[in-house]
Design a binder for this molecule. Structure first.
Ligand code: T1G
Length: 695
């Protein structure tokens, strides 16, 4: 065995050279890996005892792409990827890539330059660069369509999907599937077969049939662009990926490569990819809790109990049933219980109708759900979650019952989105077992869970809750107890400013348009209309003191009755309402407010900058571990566009000094709602970013 470098070694298995990469955690194409690959392929090709070359990786996966940490930094050292790929393609002997885990991005692009690819059944291949605001910049957009065809290539590079091995075999992306655990032996016997059959060493670059078949058919691209327009709104990368595939169809291979390289450089130096790469690492950092080490013992969670089978309780239960954990749902009466379980079954049946589940899956999941009217039936559960309406007295009663009924060591969780969890915990003699698990509605769909650490919550309970959130496929962030925790606490100043702007001359549709164009899925007023303006409103107690009172008194309840802040057509399309404009102007006048023309820029700054400012307050109070956690919460729970990283990242991207300057300007005119956080002032004064400040 020859060590090519510290991450690559080369050995002969009879007359087959085996080049092994071992660069944890995911064999990313760092400078070391590229150099090891380049030197290794050359050494194997020059070795007369070797008649073929197998490229294989140690650890959890085949090459999972370029080393993302190298982007945006200093010039890349070591052999270039192009050199590596040329060495593989031009080798005099067959090169076989042996794939396990995930061959992604540059990893698949390397494999596409081998003459053959084999894999084990659990392997997956993909070009997910689009999720980093990028495109496959090492020939992937030119070689992939030559193998899988244009339509499939378009779908793969714009979705970033990890395609299972069996489908890759059908698509021609891999040549053979070998048994699990038999990858190396399978690769060696495949190599021997190739030699025995004297198969030609063809370069994918020369496979032109499938791209030529799409030449002169621009409708393919028009139709595809239209099909993804809605879900890729605001993103640059999907369009750039499409242009590369168009180049593969319309340009000779080498020219297509140049087009790909040019478009890649535009993206990798751009703001969107910087934000999406930041998000990639933020979503990995968020699981790390400094004072709760990875080896903190975790409590076994095999059974779950949920009090409240309403919308939240039912949705939460589905998350556990989806991974095979039995759930007991508690309600006050049979009717409510039947209704709750009925809603869950309807949700599952809807998924089955859409082909996401089989009817058998539905029955298996429903079989894991048990209803009961007695909290005593939860005694043996490992975790119980209270998901009833927001009333402190009711919640404390339930936690007192938990304390009486639950076995020692059970986790006692609340799904409250607003109430003080320390006060809830004070209803028990085991506050160390109490934690907040704040799901977002619909809980079976929304990816985010705020895991809320109370004063006495134990490290075991925190470690167990974070790991459990990962098991049910959620993105979790650990936050502290404060009004609105992190997500809603940052939402509040935005809402307050949106409402204030209404009385100063901006219309609901102006504010919504600015935030929608910024990339949020919906503006605050369209959102209110969707939820219903009369939630928690009653005719009897309404005094016309707020704008919402006035709208509801005029029977404008929102989408549900076709009029709210907007007027709604039969197709539910929203249009600005002259009646609402008059209501707002009259209300502003009655409130003694001067109205004026307000620019889109002012609307955006007054809605977003107080959010960033509140983020600083949260960090200073220790209610979030790091700034990027706040961003993970807003990207996964509030629709903040990932190509803007999150409120805190956005603040740094536009300049914290600018944010501070504008807050101070607004404070002069609009008061202390804009009072800058001292931590923000410190960051600007000291010219520090979040990391420098330790967040
Ligand atoms: N570069 C650097 N570090 C990476 C990495 C990468 N490509 N992929 C993962 N890591 C780190 C990650 O930060 C974490 O570190 C650890 O590995 C485990 O990751 C030229 C331009 C492979 C499916 O987009 O999707 O190729 O937190 O927690 O859940 O065209 O990681 O432990 O310190 O995610 O098992 C394209 C990105 C790059 C794939 C494994 N490739 N990675 O998931 O583990 S761009 C990707 C993933 C490119 C070329 C272009 C996943 C995974 P730490 P993890 P996992």
């Amino acid at each position: 065995m020859t060590a090519i470098n510290e991450v690559t070694d080369l050995r002969l298995e009879s007359d087959i050279a085996v080049l092994t990469l071992d660069s944890p955690p995911v064999n990313a194409l760092s400078a070391n890996v590229r150099s090891g690959l380049f030197d290794g392929i050359q050494a194997a090709d020059a070795n007369d005892d070797a008649r073929a070359i197998v490229l294989i990786c140690e650890g959890r996966t085949f090459i999972a792409g370029a080393d993302i940490t190298e982007f945006g930094g200093k010039a890349a050292a070591g052999a270039s990827l192009t050199d590596v790929q040329a060495a593989m393609q031009n080798a005099k002997k067959p090169v076989i890539a042996a794939i396990h885990g995930t061959a992604l991005g540059g990893g698949l692009e390397v494999a596409l330059c081998a003459h053959f690819r084999i894999a084990i059944p659990s392997a997956r291949c993909g070009l997910p660069e689009v999720n980093l605001g990028l495109l496959p910049g090492a020939g992937g957009t030119q070689r992939l369509p030559r193998i899988v065809g244009v339509e499939t290539a378009l779908a793969m590079v714009t979705s970033g999907r990890h395609v299972p091995a069996a489908e890759c075999l059908e698509l021609g992306l891999i040549d053979e599937i070998v048994d699990e655990g038999e990858l190396l032996d399978g690769a060696i016997s495949f190599a021997k077969k190739v030699l025995a059959e004297d198969r030609p060493l063809r370069k994918v670059d020369e496979f032109n049939d499938k791209v030529e078949a799409a030449r002169g058919k621009p409708e393919i691209f028009e139709a595809f662009r239209a099909s993804i327009a809605r879900k890729t709104r605001g993103f640059l990368a999907p369009e750039y990926n499409i242009r590369c595939i168009e180049a593969a169809v319309n340009e000779p291979f080498d020219e297509g490569l140049r087009t790909e390289g040019r478009l890649f450089r535009e993206l990798v130096t751009g703001e969107q990819s910087a934000a999406q790469r930041y998000s990639f690492f933020a979503e990995r950092e968020v699981w790390k809790v400094p004072d709760v080490p990875r080896d903190t013992p975790q409590l076994p969670i095999q059974t779950v109990g949920i009090v409240g089978a309403g919308t939240m309780g039912g949705g939460i239960a589905m998350n556990f049933a989806n991974i095979g954990i039995p759930v007991t749902l508690i309600e006050q009466n049979q009717e409510a219980l039947d209704r709750g379980l009925g809603v869950v079954r309807a949700n599952y049946e809807r998924s089955a109708k859409r082909g996401r589940l089989t009817s058998e899956d539905v029955e298996v999941r429903m079989g894991l759900l048990t209803g009961s009217l007695s909290i005593d039936d939860l005694a043996e559960c490992d975790l119980v979650i209270e998901a009833v309406f927001e009333n402190m007295g009711v919640k404390k009663k339930i936690f007192a019952d938990f304390d009486r009924v639950m076995k020692p060591g059970a986790i006692l969780a609340t799904n409250t989105s607003a109430l003080d969890i320390d006060e809830i915990a004070s209803a028990t003699k085991r506050p160390e077992s109490v934690i907040g698990l704040h799901f977002f509605s619909p809980a079976n769909v929304m990816r985010l869970v705020e895991v809320v650490r109370a004063d006495h919550t134990s490290k075991e309970v925190i470690a167990t809750s974070m790991a459990l959130a990962k098991r049910i496929g959620k993105m979790a962030a650990l936050v502290g107890v404060c009004p609105g925790f992190v997500g809603n606490r940052i939402l509040a100043p935005r809402q307050a400013q949106a409402n204030a702007l209404l009385l100063e001359g901006a219309m609901p549709w102006d504010i919504d348009r600015v935030l929608f164009d910024f990339g949020l899925p919906m503006g605050p007023f369209a959102m209110s209309d969707l939820a219903g303006l009369d939630i928690g409103w009653s005719k009897e107690t309404s005094k016309g003191e707020t704008l919402r009172d006035v709208l509801c008194e005029m029977d404008r309840r929102g989408q549900k009755n076709g009029k709210g802040f907007y007027d709604y057509g039969d197709d539910r399309s929203a249009s600005p309402s002259p009646e609402v404009e008059k209501i707002i102007r009259d209300f502003a006048a009655r409130s003694g407010k001067e109205t004026r023309e307000i620019s889109d820029e002012e609307i955006l700054e007054r809605c977003v900058y107080p959010m960033i400012n509140e983020g600083f307050e949260i960090l200073a109070e220790g209610k979030a571990i790091r700034a990027s956690d706040i961003d993970v919460i807003w990207v996964n729970g509030y629709g903040w566009p990932v190509y803007r990283g999150g409120p805190m990242f956005y603040g740094e991207q536009i300049g914290l000094d600018r944010v501070l300057e504008r807050l101070r300007a607004f404070q002069k005119t609009h008061g202390d709602a804009f009072a800058p956080a001292s931590l923000l002032e410190q960051a600007v004064t000291e010219g520090k970013n979040y990391r420098d400040l330790g967040y």
